[in-house]
Write a protein that binds this ligand. Structure first.
Ligand code: BEZ
Length: 208
């Protein structure tokens, strides 16, 4: 089967990784041509901007040239394109619970990527320490919630909530290797150890 869709992505982007993990988990990797692009808030990619006016990745170009973004919408779309168990519950309280957990995990990704931009792209003398501290606190509050309120639920299914958090923790390891989150959140550490052995996670690891 030759790929009928194209995914603009970056191997370092945790939002792109969520899509690639779902493609693996649902047996759809052969349907998507991966197109790596370098995009930052100060370096937009003209090709991406043509297909997604806000210039963000991931963006998925369908066979009919319609474009789907952002990562949550892409995951929803792709979850409707396979015949296995849905990774986003279709209805009932499970749907809203898992989407809410996924949203909280996405907040971790957002904050971690914003910290990366602030510390890597912005000149050091212009960096805003208070803003950085608040992004870090957002991550800490979210991880504490997952540790104390949601880790058992996460262990039950590897679905949209688990994929989003696993990609978030992987990104923290990648960009903030000295954070030491495992010593504070031991149950999350144990959960992450298990899920990071999944082929979908191993095959989508950020570059070394
Ligand atoms: C990164 O290099 O950390 C990165 C790249 C693309 C999107 C988000 C983050």
């Amino acid at each position: 089967m030759s790929p009928s869709m194209t995914l603009y992505h970056n191997p370092a982007s945790p939002f792109s990784r969520k899509v690639r993990v779902l493609l693996h988990e649902t047996g759809q990797t052969g349907r998507v041509n991966l197109k790596p692009v370098n995009v930052t808030p100060v370096n937009p990619n003209p090709e991406v901007c043509h297909d997604n006016p806000c210039g963000k990745i991931p963006a998925l170009v369908l066979a009919d040239n319609h474009v789907i973004h952002d990562s949550r919408v892409i995951l929803d779309y792709l979850d409707h394109q396979h015949v296995g168990n849905p990774l986003i519950p279709r209805e009932g309280s499970a749907r809203w619970r898992r989407l809410t957990l996924a949203s909280l995990a996405d907040a971790v990704l957002d904050a971690a990527v914003l910290i990366r931009y602030e510390t890597f792209l912005r000149p050091q003398d212009k960096q805003w320490e208070e803003w950085l501290a608040n992004q870090s606190e957002k991550i800490a509050r979210s991880l504490e919630y997952f540790e104390n309120e949601a880790v058992t639920e996460l262990s039950a299914h590897f679905d949209i909530a688990s994929i989003s958090l696993a990609c978030g923790l992987g990104y923290l390891d990648f960009r903030q290797p000295d954070l030491g989150w495992r010593s504070t959140y031991s149950r999350l550490a144990s959960w992450y150890y298990d899920v990071s052995q999944r082929p979908s996670m191993l095959e989508t690891q950020p570059p070394v």
